[in-house]
Design a protein around this ligand. Structure first.
Ligand code: FAD
Length: 366
């Protein structure tokens, strides 16, 4: 008999398993995928660590979490500074003085602020009714048209005028020549990839892959005193209040033998509407790779339907209300701990998943 059946070998399940086994508990970890790691999984191909589920950059402001993850890997000094490609024009992200200089030729923060203010005023938007108006009211028409509109419409699969304003609450605008995307104190990519981290976390657990919990739930449940569930919360309750909605993605990865440097940066966003993908990731640049070949991944946003990979929850009022109903049911399940991005129906960065798993551990053991 195991102490815990952990459904999902992603970061949440792995942190929980690591902490439980450290306390002498026996864990059985199952996952329906053929590998551990969930969405942080990286696969080594010709010495390059390929981020199979999109670019994953570790960043946090929390020293404890930074020290926690550093037990399992050393991190390099990668700093995320994506660029935008708008119809062949290249702009720095996040929006900063380099971006404003390229857009308008301005060189000082005062000039840049004036330009944005002038555009905001011209737009005359006091109460934004949709995402388009919200974005223009925040940063003006030029940034919106070249760097936000096409990208966002591709991401959500519909025109910006039909998207709710709440999707963009604020748009970070920086009046310094600083291309570092994150403001956090700590960031980097684990040397050797992410999978080794999960491997180490699960070293003392029993792992079974390519098994779907729901195909034989009763049998799995009998194997442990408690369940840690990191799958979709609506599926756990057999969709009794309805299906929670997501956006999905598809990834197209190519090994390019004939070039050692395809785009000169790890992440390039395509912000026009016509290019069907939203970004291209060139994996070797995450680790300053010097291989004589390269691997790129094109990321395409996709509609989600049940059975597809759920990537981004759509946290609108309808879905959030439905989630609350599921959450109330989950609270009554004495022997099940619900955690991770799918069981709590929210977008989590890695440091947040680790933080929430450690809270669950504390609640369980302290
Ligand atoms: P998951 O990794 O999804 O793990 C859940 C696991 O449960 C999966 O392996 C799944 O197969 C398994 N499972 C589900 N249902 C069942 C079932 N019925 N039976 C068996 N197994 C099941 N975070 C950052 O900090 N920085 C980034 O740059 C970043 N970039 C991202 C880019 C993309 C495109 C995406 C989608 C996410 C990104 N994230 C990033 C977030 C990061 O991926 C998550 O924080 C993290 O993976 C969540 O871990 P988890 O354990 O909650 O979920």
């Amino acid at each position: 008999m195991y102490d815990y059946l952990i459904v999902g070998a992603g970061l949440f399940g792995a942190v929980f398993a690591y902490e439980a086994t450290k306390r002498g508990k026996k864990c059985l970890v199952i996952d329906k995928r053929e590998h551990i790691g969930g969405n942080v999984y990286t696969e080594e191909v010709d010495g390059i660590h390929v981020h199979k589920y999109g670019a994953h950059i570790f960043h946090t402001n929390n020293q404890e979490i930074w020290e926690y993850i550093n037990q399992f890997a050393s991190f390099n000094r990668y700093t995320n500074s994506p660029v935008a490609n708008y119809k062949g024009e290249i702009y720095n992200l996040p929006f900063n003085m380099n971006t404003f200089n390229k857009l308008w030729g301005v060189t000082t923060p005062t000039e840049a602020k004036q330009k944005i203010e002038e555009q905001r005023r011209k737009a005359h938007i006091t109460k934004p009714r949709n995402l388009e108006e919200q974005a223009i009211s925040l940063v003006g028409i030029d940034i919106y048209e070249k760097l936000i509109k096409g990208y966002t419409e591709k991401q959500w699969g519909r025109p910006a005028e039909q998207l709710p304003a709440f999707i963009i609450k604020r748009l970070p605008v920086r009046f310094t020549y600083d291309n570092n995307y994150f403001n956090d104190r700590f960031q980097g990519i684990p040397i050797g990839g992410y999978t080794q981290i999960i491997d180490k976390m699960l070293a003392d657990s029993n792992i079974k892959l390519q098994v779907d919990y729901f195909q034989d739930k009763e049998t799995w449940d009998k194997q442990a005193k408690k369940v840690v569930y990191t799958g979709m919360i609506d599926q756990f309750f057999d969709y009794k209040f309805g299906t929670l909605q997501y956006r999905s993605l598809t990834f197209e990865t190519s090994l390019l033998d004939d070039t050692d440097n395809y785009q000169g940066n790890a992440v390039v966003n395509y912000t026009d509407k016509e290019t069907p993908y939203t970004r291209i990731i060139e994996h070797k640049h995450f680790e300053h790779g010097t291989q004589d070949k390269t691997i790129i991944t094109k990321e395409y946003p996709a509609e989600w339907k049940p059975g597809d990979e759920p990537y981004y929850p759509i946290n609108d009022t309808t879905n959030n209300t439905m989630y609350k109903q599921y959450k109330a049911l989950a609270a009554q399940e004495e022997n099940v701990i619900f955690g991770g991005r799918l069981a709590t129906y929210q977008y989590y960065d890695m440091h947040q998943v680790i933080g929430s798993a450690l809270v669950a551990v504390q609640k369980e053991f302290d």
